[in-house]
Design a binder for this molecule. Structure first.
Ligand SMILES: [Zn+2]
Length: 360
């Protein structure tokens, strides 16, 4: 399969994040993607390409998923941050105040102009540093997702969007969880717009794909399924529970499979089987897999215990669903093992796809 990688990803390099009451070095670092690229050169899956997506097509695609106001905010955020204080050029922007949605507590529609307030309106955590290069990097990453979608629409069995920064926590007009633009949602929407009547998103990152869920929550044409650490104890805490099944026309088109911290491959695989049954029953014509590798036992901020060889089996199992499949790169913070784990999963997929699939 072809891999589309982001030539501008390293422009987004956060210095620090707020983590459990302390400022710590960012976990989501450029080296993550470099390890995956190095492993892909060692164990090639196919061509490594930079995406070629025109400006106009990219703008149009971004507006299918995110609001114009949010995109404008991201585009000008760094400039506005430095305008507050020239010394801000030496530090990343992190929010420190948020408008909670409680009745009569705060005006969600307040005509705020100060950058600190606007940052709080568009961010849901203080773990996602916005840097001088965040917009350029996120935008180019979104281009990878679109290029991969085109590849699948042209008939490819699989495609890999090696996106960084990741995307699955980003919603219509907010960022968080290291994510600014929702690459998986952009890919799913591009597949829909390109003629796939029904698309399924199966998120295997350790953390619930809250942004993707929210974006498609009332949609009957895109199924969203997520296997993740139980939000009762795990980030992002406020979404990802089993009783969230979609709403309106999208009722029944969302499935969350939360698992307790400490879960191993056996319990995880059972949840994967359940997820794939849902994808099959939905009648999806294409599958998008937000591929997080933070389910790995050695991950420093997560709590499942999958091992390297398990990812081969995960890839094989995903291939047996028999669907054209697009992978986006999401979390995974055991940086040195990240390349091997990611390529294991993709190689497993390739092997499973080559071995022939019964389909469904
Ligand atoms: Zn994650």
């Amino acid at each position: 399969m072809k891999t589309f990688h982001n030539p501008l990803h390293a422009a987004h390099a956060g210095r620090q994040e707020m983590f459990r009451g302390r400022m710590v070095p960012s976990y989501e670092v450029p080296e993550r993607l470099e390890y995956v690229l190095a492993e892909l050169r060692r164990r090639p899956l196919g061509e490594l390409l930079e995406p070629e997506v025109g400006e106009a097509a990219l703008e149009q695609a971004l507006l299918r998923v995110h609001t114009g106001a949010y995109l404008e905010f991201l585009r000008g955020a760094w400039q506005a941050w430095v305008a507050l204080d020239p010394d801000n050029a030496q530090r990343d922007a992190l929010p420190s105040v948020w408008p909670l949605g409680h009745r009569h507590a705060f005006r969600m529609d307040a005509p705020t102009h100060h950058f600190a307030a606007r940052l709080g309106q568009h961010a849901f955590d203080a773990g996602t540093p916005l840097t001088a290069g965040s917009w350029a990097a996120a935008r180019a990453g979104a281009g990878c997702a679109l290029a991969a979608a085109r590849e699948v629409l042209a008939g490819a069995r699989g495609a890999f969007a090696l996106t960084r920064p990741p995307g699955h926590h980003a919603g219509p007009d907010y960022f968080g969880g290291y994510c600014f633009l929702n690459n998986a949602a952009l890919a799913a929407q591009a597949l829909r717009d390109g003629g796939c009547a029904r698309v399924a998103v199966l998120d295997v990152d350790y953390h619930h794909g809250n942004g993707t869920q929210t974006l498609f929550y009332e949609r009957p044409d895109v199924l969203t399924v997520s296997l993740h650490g139980d939000p009762a104890t795990e980030y992002p805490y406020f979404l990802g529970f089993a009783d969230e099944r979609g709403a309106g026309a999208g009722q029944g088109c969302n499935l969350n499979l939360p698992l307790p911290r400490g879960s191993g491959f056996e319990a995880w695989s059972e949840a994967l089987e359940r997820a794939l049954r849902e994808v099959c029953d939905f009648g999806a014509q294409a599958l998008v897999v937000p591929m997080g590798l933070d389910t790995f036992a050695g991950d420093p901020i997560s709590g499942f215990t999958l091992r390297g060889e398990h990812y081969l089996r995960v890839g094989e199992r995903l291939a047996r669903a028999g669907l054209p499949t697009l992978f986006t790169f999401e979390g995974g913070y055991a940086v040195a093992e990240l390349g091997a784990n990611a390529v294991n999963l993709l190689q497993g997929f390739e092997a499973g796809a080559a071995g022939g699939s019964a389909g469904g």
